[in-house]
Ligand binder design. Structure first.
Ligand SMILES: [Zn+2]
Length: 239
């Protein structure tokens, strides 16, 4: 893409800074996604005085292989509540769709519409549904449902996508790294022992590589977009 076009877009439609928002809504496919992808940023937003709410789209009930869905749902809800409390999240709204994609995205969109117009957020944080090779139906459904709803929403609300291959913004989380991992660790059924160590190594390396880009030790990466960029916008990849 020609840089002249990208520079022009950046001038007429500057992407706002994540940390400048005060009423943040995180719309998340499963328990643990928010902490893994954006936990440091969420803790930072809270310490800057923002209100932060979670909408959990699914119940996480497919996340433990040797337990029933009912048992898994209970365990993962408790873990999510604990993790959110560690980060200081104000409220969790559970939509309770079954983990694994067996539901209609239209229903998710209708639920999101209701909650979003009540909450009236100034920033939405969710997963990037356009991550190359992403095959998980809950992640694709969640990100796409948000994009569809916000394209038709009367206000222009920026959307920060995490688990993205095309970040355009890095948030310094030097003071929140420990808290992020404390919250990730609360998801004991998903990450403990060896897996937690593997996660820590991988995420620490990534966070320091992202951190280098903005001159700090650790950062989280996002692709921040306006909803109008989700339609017939050829430059979306490069903004
Ligand atoms: Zn997930």
């Amino acid at each position: 893409m020609d840089e002249r076009i990208i520079d022009h877009i950046k001038k007429i439609l500057p992407i706002p800074k994540i940390e400048d928002h005060k009423n943040v809504l995180c719309i998340l496919p499963h328990p643990d996604d928010g902490e893994i992808g954006a936990g440091g940023t969420i803790a930072k937003l809270k310490s800057l005085g923002a209100k932060v709410r979670y909408i959990m789209v699914t119940d996480g009930s497919a996340g433990i292989r040797d337990k029933s869905r009912e048992e898994t749902r209970e365990i993962r809800k408790k873990e999510q509540e604990k993790a959110a409390e560690i980060l200081g999240v104000d409220e969790i709204i559970w939509l309770n769709y079954p983990d694994g994609g067996e539901y209609r995205i239209e229903d998710v969109k209708n639920d999101l519409k209701k909650h979003i117009s009540l909450i009236d957020p100034d920033l939405i944080i969710t997963v990037d549904p356009f991550l190359p090779y992403e095959a998980h139906p809950d992640h694709k459904n969640c990100g796409l449902a948000v994009a569809h709803v916000m394209m038709l929403y009367p206000k222009l609300v920026p959307i920060a996508l995490f688990f993205t291959a095309y970040p355009n913004q890095f948030v310094c989380i030097d003071d929140y790294w420990e808290k992020k991992f404390e919250a990730v660790t609360a998801h004991e059924s998903q990450v403990s022992g060896e897996i937690l160590e593997l996660y820590k190594g991988y995420f620490e390396l990534k966070a320091s590589v992202y951190g280098e880009k903005i001159g700090c030790k650790y950062a989280e990466a996002f692709k921040v977009m306006y909803p109008i960029m989700f339609h017939a916008f050829e430059e979306a990849l490069w903004v």
